[in-house]
Design a protein around this ligand. Structure first.
Ligand SMILES: *Cc1c(COP(=O)(O)O)cnc(C)c1O
Length: 382
């Protein structure tokens, strides 16, 4: 039996044609033709004034923090359950990440946990749209606003999701996206920063090109900065993918619907929720199993892999990782962030790649169920 990968893209002749055109023609005075088209189309898609194509979402978060003036000693609040890329740039700028708990239904930052973590030094919050879900923006944005806290929306996993009809990427001072190979829209590696603020956009432009103004041909650097650019081949790939975004998101939702339909009601397994007001683009179908099974995440992952099915761990709480072991604000997180620790210990991302078939879904759910209930003899080996 074939191995089932956990993620992977949808590439058509359109992507191949655009990348071929870019590698053939996007040089000399046409070098930026695909960046301009990709950025304009992307800004228009998410409903923002400005979009900046970047080499990664990590660089987009780094630039966002810098452009918002976050620096040494400032505190930045962030949900404990997310990929480390959401948080690492906080350390790049010398600020302090403050990890707070998630909501049991949305898996995103809980408004009361956000409020409790605010201090005089809180300068920003990073709202993460986890696995395509979205947090309670109606509560969160006013809290941030009333405390003068800047908002970065990490929509890396949520292109095509929406909250009360507004697309992910439309919230806060700046929103960021990832186009890593596993993401719904991919450029191989890549990212995007979007904002409505001309000031933030221009500051980020300067910082991403070694302290040069856009269009500078004098090679005149006003400060020491960074080099964060996407290649035209990636921009061409991104444009082709963006022109197919409705198809891609529809397919993600269809994959989720296969899982939802195939999952028996009493299986003791819960999938991603679609909280009130949210349209979930289900980047990764995620299964949380009952505590009563007594199975650890690692046990389930290795048994699934043995059966030829690649799954990923639900994010370990960042505060639990060696990367943050010496961190002043991690101690006590296990108790304070009990939902992140609880769900994070008994959940995995199931295969959600574009090459998945409905037949694969039956095999995946049967295997997961057999592992949880110790019916290992029934598992079909790859
Ligand atoms: C993938 C991801 C990122 C990082 O994206 P890169 O493009 O790999 O830098 C950031 N945040 C979240 C929530 C992600 O899932």
């Amino acid at each position: 039996m074939d191995r089932i990968p956990v993620a992977g893209p949808s590439i058509t002749q359109r992507e191949i044609d655009y990348v071929t055109d870019a590698v053939t023609n996007a040089w000399y005075s046409s070098a930026n033709m695909y960046h301009a088209r990709f950025e304009t189309a992307f800004a228009s898609y998410v409903g923002r004034s400005h979009a900046m194509a970047l080499p990664s979402c990590t660089s987009a978060i780094h630039l966002s923090l810098l452009a918002l003036g976050i620096g040494p000693g400032d505190e930045v609040i962030i949900p404990d359950s997310t990929w480390i890329a959401s948080a690492a740039p906080i350390s790049y700028v010398g600020a302090i990440p403050v990890f707070v708990d998630i909501d049991a239904v949305s898996w995103c930052i809980r408004p009361d946990a956000f409020t409790s973590a605010i201090t005089d030094r809180t300068k920003a919050v990073i709202l993460v749209d986890l696995y395509g879900s979205m947090p309670d923006m109606t509560s969160l944005l006013p809290i941030a606003h009333s405390h003068g806290i800047k908002v970065i929306e990490d929509a890396a996993e949520a292109i095509g999701s929406s909250f009360q009809g507004k697309l992910a990427g439309g919230f806060g001072d700046v929103s960021v996206f990832s186009f890593h190979g596993s993401k719904t829209l991919t450029t191989g590696e890549g990212g995007m920063l979007v904002t409505d603020s001309r000031e933030i956009y221009e500051r980020a432009q300067l910082l991403r090109d070694h302290g040069r103004m856009t269009g500078d041909v004098q090679f005149f650097n006003s400060e020491v900065a960074y080099k964060y650019k996407m290649s035209s081949m990636q921009a061409a790939l991104g444009l082709a993918q963006l022109e197919r975004i409705e198809e891609l998101v529809t397919r993600k939702r269809e994959i989720f619907s296969w899982y939802a339909a195939a999952l028996p009601k009493n299986a003791g397994i819960e999938l991603n929720a679609e909280p009130a007001g949210v349209r979930n683009s289900y980047w990764m179908v995620t299964a949380v199993w009952d505590r009563a099974f007594g199975k650890s995440k690692n046990e389930v992952i290795s048994a699934m892999r043995e059966a030829g099915i690649d799954v990923r761990p639900f994010f370990h709480p960042l505060s639990s990782l060696p990367a943050y072991s010496g961190h002043v604000r991690s101690s006590g997180a296990r108790v304070a962030n009990s939902t992140s620790y609880d769900i994070g210990a008994r959940a995995v991302n199931l295969p959600s790649g574009f090459n998945l078939s409905e037949g694969d879904v039956t095999r995946i759910l049967n295997t997961l169920s057999a592992i949880l209930t110790n019916r290992v003899s029934e598992i079909e080996r790859a």
